[in-house]
Write a protein that binds this ligand. Structure first.
Ligand code: 4AD
Length: 465
């Protein structure tokens, strides 16, 4: 085949230099036609749109054409021609065809008919080739880029925090242990406990649940930082909103208080939603039409309205007076369940909500304590259809108060001695939050299950692919 530089289909479809010789490579979505001419819809992942390849059967022998079936990968040399068909400007009239890889029609699972999302999860190695997952994973990319752009343009530094740690950042204990010890022959000490001094790091370690503690060190030196990386929770939560491995974005800013933190969270979320609408138009329109007819409307609604801000105590009063029957009864001191959060957002305020000042007993040890002795300066951002999308707080910057909380919660100080030292050396007010990237992805794609917005989901009893 003659060498012609490859053009991505996204670029090709907006070209107008009709008559030009072009090359495209991609995967066959469909092939149809009659005895004279065939039409192949080709997709290369660069856009949700296919390019139509027009094949004059008289120009090719049957052996070349036979393997061009749904799923096969081909390379096409041809001429760019203005299309007569509806909905596309350009098509390619094929001069030369090469098949890179065949896809046996009897075995290739992605034939033309629509498949259920559940079935597609079982073939996660192939689902990026569908319109739905192509759209979602392109959007994941664009939003990842937007996150870096947002912070870079505002003087934040991308701070790399460790994946393997010896500390429990949330103090919640749901961690995956990391060890090179032989599970069949564990070494035990005189006290009958596993002797971790013989382990790789010489101590117990785990996968991080959050980069926040190290992120705070970054903020207390570089001023404003953010992390963006995978985090791991060994909670046995089989819900449409929980993953065992998810990506989190955690900004942390020196001198910010809780109001600055709320302003940053609201501005950041609106920026990302605006970015998605501006840069992922075709993919969002597809998802809107296929899965969630109110998606674009909902995204615009969030952009156009201020988030409602109220305290946890005020939120509880609304829930108690609502007359609503909740599966989990609600009263002051209880942690809010998704059903309570969604009642406030979807039924009561019909608007995103930021709840602040939670009881300290249900929040992490590092949150700044209020003068009332009961609540902490926590903030959760609650979104329609999602519930909690962001969790954050102003941090306790007073050494004595922090130590009191650490002791009350029964945490070991040994693995976090370095964290505690920041409160001894030039401590300062500071605040930050964590945005669950897949929760954001659920919101901007309109998908209902978090397993469908990450390429290879990790959930209890599922680590395939
Ligand atoms: O509320 P979380 O646990 O907060 C923290 O980890 C803090 N260290 C953040 C900070 O202040 N820097 O988690 C933050 C967010 C949640 O609001 C949610 O969006 C997401 O992370 N999240 C999960 N997403 C998917 N699956 C899970 N199992 C998640 N757990 C939390």
């Amino acid at each position: 085949m003659k060498h012609i530089s490859r053009t991505q289909i996204a670029d090709l479809l907006i070209r107008e230099d009709f008559g030009a010789e072009v090359n495209v490579k991609g995967w066959v979505r469909t092939r149809r036609g009659n005895k004279q001419v065939n039409f192949v819809a080709l997709n290369d992942g660069s856009t949700i749109n296919n390019v139509q390849i027009v094949i004059d059967l008289a120009q090719f022998d049957e052996e070349t054409l036979k393997p061009i079936t749904t799923g096969a990968c081909i390379s096409v040399n041809g001429r760019l021609v203005e299309s007569m068909g509806q909905g596309q400007r350009a098509e390619i009239h094929a001069d030369e065809l090469q098949v890179y890889g065949t896809a046996d029609p009897g075995a290739y699972p992605l034939q033309k008919k629509g498949h259920s999302l559940e079935f597609l999860r079982e073939i996660a190695h192939l689902r990026p080739r569908t319109n739905t997952f192509g759209a979602i994973f392109r959007m994941r990319h664009h939003l990842s880029y937007a996150i870096h752009k947002y912070f870079n343009d505002r003087g934040f530094y991308y701070f790399h925090t460790p994946i393997i740690t010896a500390s429990d950042a949330e103090g919640a204990g749901s961690m995956f242990e990391v060890s090179t010890l032989n599970l069949d022959q564990l070494p035990y000490g005189a006290d009958g406990k596993v002797d971790f001094s013989q382990d790789f790091f010489g101590r117990p370690t785990n996968l991080t649940v959050s980069g926040q503690l190290e992120g705070e060190l970054g903020a207390m030196s570089l001023g404003a930082i953010y992390t963006f990386g995978p985090t791991f929770r060994a909670e046995n939560s089989n819900t449409p909103r929980h993953l065992a491995e998810f990506w989190m974005i955690e900004p942390e800013v020196a001198f910010n208080d809780i109001t600055d933190n709320m302003n940053l969270a609201e501005d950041f979320l609106k920026y990302l939603i605006r970015y998605a609408l501006d840069h992922c138009k075709e993919d969002i329109e597809f998802l809107n039409n296929m899965y969630d007819k109110e998606l674009i409307e909902r995204l615009n609604f969030v952009l156009e309205n201020n988030f409602v801000r109220l305290t946890y105590t005020e939120g509880i009063e609304i829930l108690e007076k609502s007359g609503q029957k909740f599966e989990y009864p609600v009263h002051w001191g209880t942690d809010l369940q998704s059903e309570h959060e969604r009642y406030l957002v979807e039924k009561h305020f019909k608007c995103p909500v930021i709840l602040t000042d939670y009881p300290r007993e249900i929040k992490s040890f590092y949150m700044k304590q209020n003068d009332d002795g009961k609540t902490v300066r926590a903030m959760d951002v609650l979104f329609p259809k999602i519930g909690e999308i962001i969790g954050g707080s102003e941090r306790e910057d007073d050494y004595e108060k922090l130590m009191t909380r650490v002791k009350e919660t029964g945490m070991h100080t040994d693995p976090i001695w370095w964290y505690l030292e920041t409160r001894k050396f030039g401590t300062a007010p500071h605040a930050g939050f964590g945005l669950g990237f897949e929760r954001l992805m659920l919101f901007v794609t309109g998908m209902a299950n978090i397993r469908d917005v990450i390429p290879f989901p990790r959930t209890p009893k599922n680590a395939d692919f």
